[in-house]
Ligand binder design. Structure first.
Ligand code: AHG
Ligand code: MN
Ligand code: MN
Length: 336
């Protein structure tokens, strides 16, 4: 009788899905592990909905462009910002998983009393990062951070969120590029997943990603050169005058940080004379990315303190940031 040969690899990968990976990471099936796995699956669902809308945006009416409104930061809001903000709310509203959502697009957190206290977490997020890229079909991202809900927050002051970045239970980002990639950490390494559109699943691509010690890329908006302190200008003069450095800046933090995470280098958004705190927001942009970078062996600082040690005074507080490969962050700091 002929032997039936079972192909060793019937799939390209062994197809570890995002939610299974979380359970494996936590190594148990406790209520907490199940909740975190379910939260991550919902974040994945939000990512799939946003990726789908972005991929069709040019074919639909009323998806691209500005709404005509400004957000709490005084920035013009795009239709995709509003859509993506609402996607996160709608995937979590009736989930019983999170008690509150706080985002760049909402002055006060969106409180879901019916989910409390079963939903023991708060989700902080930047629904569309790099929204100037949306209308021209370039990379954008979403950034997320999960924190424990501590007590009630009926007045929306979010005081329990005003704690350092080490309080993050999990954090990560979704990059909408040629493929959609989700990268997360729960404090046990950094892991990436690619969206397989035919399966509708995020499939494990790389576990325990390590950032190179050094990379050639420096990523910064040099248009602000004359608004920075002299130290930053001297760093830029240094990389201009030495071999082995190259500039890359996409206008979307998630894309620039993803490049640096995988290939090394440094991302900077310094403060300027008129905006000493810079542009980027601590709680839902910089702290989650700092958590990722640090878990991958990199560094993240505001030039003086470790980003993860900064205790914000307000929900939408901004911070200067230098993050990336340890040697490149040290090099920038040596000029400050
Ligand atoms: P957002 O679209 O969420 O407001 O964030 C934009 C951020 C970030 O993605 C990017 O690195 C930076 O703003 C670009 O700002 P500049 O145009 O000032 O360089
Ligand atoms: Mn952003
Ligand atoms: Mn945004």
């Amino acid at each position: 009788m002929d032997t039936v040969v079972i192909p060793k690899y019937s799939l390209d990968r062994d197809c570890t899905t995002l939610s299974r990976h979380i359970l494996q990471q936590l190594n148990n099936y406790s209520g907490e592990a199940q909740d975190l796995s379910a939260i991550m699956a919902r974040i994945g669902l939000a990512g799939k909905l946003i990726a789908r809308r972005l991929s069709r945006a040019g074919l639909m009416d009323n998806v691209l462009g500005f709404t005509g409104e400004s957000n709490i930061q005084g920035e013009s809001v795009k239709k995709m910002d509003v859509y993506a903000n609402e996607v996160f709310i709608s995937v979590f509203k009736h989930s019983g998983l999170v008690c509150r959502l706080a985002s760049e697009e909402m002055e006060k957190p969106f409180y879901i009393p019916e989910n409390c206290p079963i939903g023991r977490y708060t989700l902080l997020y930047d629904p569309i990062d790099g929204s100037s890229n949306v209308d021209i079909n370039l990379n954008v991202g979403s950034i997320f951070s999960i924190r424990q809900q501590e007590g009630e927050d009926l007045d929306g002051k979010a005081e329990d969120l005003l704690q350092d970045g080490r309080k993050q239970v999990a954090a990560g980002y979704i990059l909408y590029g040629p493929a959609t990639v989700l990268v997360y950490t729960m404090g046990k390494g950094v892991h990436s997943f690619f969206l397989d559109p035919s399966l509708g699943e995020f499939i494990l691509a790389e576990e325990n990603i390590r950032i190179p010690e050094h990379g050639s890329v420096y990523s910064v908006n040099e248009g602000n050169f004359w608004h920075w302190d002299e130290g930053y200008r001297n760093y830029i003069r240094y990389v201009h005058r030495h071999e082995g450095y190259t500039g890359r800046y996409s206008g979307a933090l998630v894309a620039d940080v993803h490049r640096i995470l995988t290939q090394g280098g440094v991302f900077l958004y310094p403060g300027s004379t008129d905006k000493p705190e810079g542009k980027l927001r601590l709680l839902y942009e910089v702290a989650p990315l700092a958590f990722i970078i640090e878990q991958a062996g990199g560094k993240a600082t505001n030039g003086r303190d470790n980003i993860l040690d900064i205790v914000p005074k307000t929900l939408h507080q901004r911070t200067p940031v230098i993050l990336g490969s340890p040697k490149d962050v040290d090099l920038v700091q040596s000029f400050l």
